[in-house]
Design a protein around this ligand. Sequence first.
Ligand code: ATR
Length: 480
Amino acid sequence: MICLTLSGNTLSSCLDEIRQNREYIDMAELRLDLLDPEEQLKAASFPEQAGIPLILTMRRKEDGGRCTLSEKERRQILLSALDGDFSYIDIEEDIKRNEVEDKAREKGVRIIRSFHDFSGIPDDIYSRIYRLSERGDVAKAAVTPHSIHDLLKLFRIADELKDVPKIIIGMGDWGIPIRILYRKAGSLLTFACSGEAVAPGQVSAKDLKLLYRADRVDERTGIYGIIGNPVLHTSSPLIHNLGFHAINYNAIYLPFLVDNVRIFFALAEYLRMRGFSVTIPFKDSVLMYLGNISREVKQIGACNTVVRMPGMWKGMNTDYYGFLNPILKDIESGRIHNALVIGAGGASQAIVWALRNRGVKVTILNRTLTRAEKLARLNICEYDTLDNASKYEGKVDLVVQTTSVGLYPDFDISPIDFHFTGKEIAYDIIYKPRMTKFLRDAEAAGCTLHYGEEMLLDQGKLQFELFTGYHYPKDAAPGL
Ligand code: ATR
């Protein structure tokens, strides 16, 4: 079940939240502690108006909520709310059996026994969940993973407690995969927010339902993802999940924040993942864990696509194709003979290789000359410093921008001071924003433009084929 955590301070704003999210959710949690005091007293009327199963919760400050009342006052408010027909009530681990629990039991309200740990994962998590499950109908543990190792630990604990009715939540960015794969972890439900997250790392109800289809994950669902750091901003989940939906392919693709590639591979094995994308900064470090690599990966020295093969992982590179595809016709027609590539970081490796592989003459311009020199040597091309950019004005057919300069929110900077003649093709691999300062300068001169989102989509489409064996469905990712 997808459970919306209501964040309003009045019952009517909570009702609005339910209405806005109704099609994405199975139930909601009414957080009395977030309501204004006079609204708390009217909570008993809420279940009838809400029309969906509800969890009743009054979270104390020490558990991450806002309630600072005495225990007696809190009990009184909960007791009065229990006059309404709530489906569940959340009672914290340390609260001894009292009249709230008695009333809930009498009324057939199911008891969630919970604990929160905002600092980490307690050593005794296993026994605590087990004990809580015996004191209520469902045990809930909301803990805070700080690494990919912690995330793996949580999945393992969930597995060991397979037969225990429970909800395991990984708070914060590291916990996002277990929130999305809640069914894989055997959790009764996952908590979602309507827009703004109420708890750290929460995913919106709309994304859980429509983008991830988290409530449909079953034993046979193929698990795919993307590893990176940072990674939560990427558009790849959109590309792949929409592709899966369009061809009715039972699979899910989600972001994994990673700090240690080796441990991620253990998690990928544990989840029986079928494949994953790799982004900055792991395109090189992933190589040593692969049993097989494609010719392109060998030559480029970077891998952005990993797929499961019998007994090993295979690494491929679709970045070079994603980059090349939008300009392939211009290369084949002879319009592009020579190119200026700005930047010599990770992203430009595949680009320089792709251009050289197609016989385009390349000059690499980089702020740090030694890096440009190294990449130029590998690919047999020229190099220079950024300061000399003007030397190449009017002499190149293609200018490619591969640095991070101009990336959101820096709308107004470009790495080069370059006068376009208007005959060049300008290509920026940044996709947020779509129109960078570099491209605006080129457009003002009348150049043909290519956008980062073209590369992103084309590399994703080929990756989709490698993941699934199917062509990427036409028009599955509109707006990209
Ligand atoms: P990665 O290697 O992961 O792609 P990176 O090390 O940040 O990321 O390199 C990206 C590219 O952006 C490099 O070419 C880098 O130039 P240096 O080799 O001189 O570091 C370039 N870059 C980053 N910030 C820059 C800036 N402010 N001005 C010019 N170039 C910049």
